[in-house]
Write a protein that binds this ligand. Structure first.
Ligand code: ZN
Ligand code: ZN
Length: 411
């Protein structure tokens, strides 16, 4: 396949597999302005798939950064009503959301944290309906990445930018299974494999998982009662369509009990959070809460994350990814969670996914809490998986079953 053929295949994959666009459906498409040529290819593919209308929102990191640098705090404290209306209203219609990201990982480095916090709080409040529609799969949505020059330069600092762009495109193609055979078919097969792991784990209904590895992780996390493991394809609640909220995706994940986490978790990869790289960090948990933490680099940033709200100190996601995944095989740090979280087993601090609990999507926030679910304005993934990671599943009667051995599936 030539580079152009691979790009065309990627645009088709985004529309057909990622967002599963159907005839007559509206598409809401967010794309970095720098990648407008590829963006136009996606728009065309969406129309070819029968989209009623493709609404495009061009994003520009540089402009967003200038806003943070020059606009006063009050601008960030107030989310525009019309914008909230737009998103919340679209989320109630027959729509598929496509988000292409290609951000410079350091685009917002050093930005006033107070403004960032204010912006997050304001949008969290204003977009509740929209967020709920996405988190309960009442609409189809998909997040994928596209290289930008600033991003490529950070991933491959030793190369000239043109070469770095080509390398990053190649790495993305490989992780989304483009280049050998029919990518769409490959994704359907991959989804079946992950669904089978979920089926078995859901049958087991383990009470807790015990993690150990040579980095010093010795950690037990409780899983909520009636938890559901999910992974691979997502199912649109209304239409039953299969779509992929993230591509690539290699994980199966479930809901940890926000009251039951004990011991030490050591990071296996750096975490790029709001433009800062946090390196070699560790958390100590007691009664589900981070009670101690440290980082060789970026500790301030970690502090600001943990202190943003009560839920940011507790876990909202527990995810299993066999080592080495197609992402890990690239041997690079993408500096982008979409990829790096699919490199290894991880947890998320902050908000849980309601669908990871039986009936969770229909619960109020209080009910969700009562079941051990976590809520927060944050959801930040950090990697803990290594090639020697061992995970033992513990059943309610205390008996054990091997879940992971030498970093990968033991069943
Ligand atoms: Zn995850
Ligand atoms: Zn996550």
């Amino acid at each position: 396949m030539t580079f152009e053929e691979k790009q065309a295949e990627y645009a088709r994959l985004i529309v057909k597999a990622g967002a599963a666009v159907r005839k007559g459906q509206r598409v809401y498409f967010s794309c970095p302005i720098e990648c407008y040529e590829f963006g136009r290819m996606v728009v065309k593919e969406a129309y070819l798939a029968g989209a009623l209308e493709v609404v495009v929102h061009w994003q520009d990191d540089v402009v967003a950064r200038l806003r943070y640098d020059y606009a006063p705090l009050e601008v960030f404290e107030n989310f525009p009503e019309w914008k909230a209306l737009e998103m919340n209203t679209y989320a109630k219609t027959d729509v598929a959301f496509i988000y292409l990201t290609g951000s410079d990982p350091e685009a917002f480095k050093g930005v006033d944290l107070q403004k960032q916090e204010a912006a997050m709080k304001a949008s969290h409040e204003a977009l509740k309906d929209f967020t709920k529609a996405e988190s309960t799969m009442a609409v189809k949505w998909t997040v994928l990445a596209i290289p930008s020059r600033a991003w490529a330069a950070k991933v491959f600092p030793e190369m000239n930018v043109d070469t770095a762009m080509t390398r990053l495109w190649d790495a993305i193609f490989a992780t989304v299974r483009i280049g050998s055979g029919d990518a769409y078919e490959a994704w359907m097969k991959h989804a079946d494999t992950l669904a089978e792991k979920c089926r078995i784990l859901n049958e087991w209904q383990l009470d807790s998982l015990h993690y150990t590895n040579s980095l010093g992780t010795d950690f037990t996390v409780g899983l909520v009662k009636n938890h559901r493991w999910e992974g691979g394809a997502d199912i649109d609640k209304t239409t039953g369509d299969r779509f992929f909220a993230n591509m690539p995706t290699e994980e199966v994940f479930t809901m940890p009990d926000n009251r039951r986490a004990e011991g030490t978790l050591v990071s296996a990869m750096p975490l790029s959070y709001r433009g800062t790289l946090i390196e070699n960090f560790r958390f100590t948990f007691h009664d589900g809460k981070v009670v101690d933490y440290d980082a060789e680099k970026g500790k301030d940033c970690l502090t600001s994350l943990l202190e943003s709200d009560e839920g940011s100190r507790r876990l909202g996601e527990c995810a299993l990814v066999p080592y080495p995944s197609p992402v890990a095989k690239q041997g690079i740090l993408f500096l982008e969670t979409l990829f790096d979280e699919n490199a290894a087993c991880h947890f998320a601090l902050g908000n849980c996914y309601e669908t990871n609990l039986e009936g969770g999507a229909d619960m109020s926030e209080d009910e969700l809490h009562a079941h051990g679910g976590n809520t927060s304005m944050n959801h930040v993934d950090f990697m803990v998986g290594t090639k020697d990671l061992k995970i033992t599943g513990i059943r309610k009667d205390g008996s054990e079953v091997m879940v992971f051995k030498n970093g990968t599936w033991a069943f």
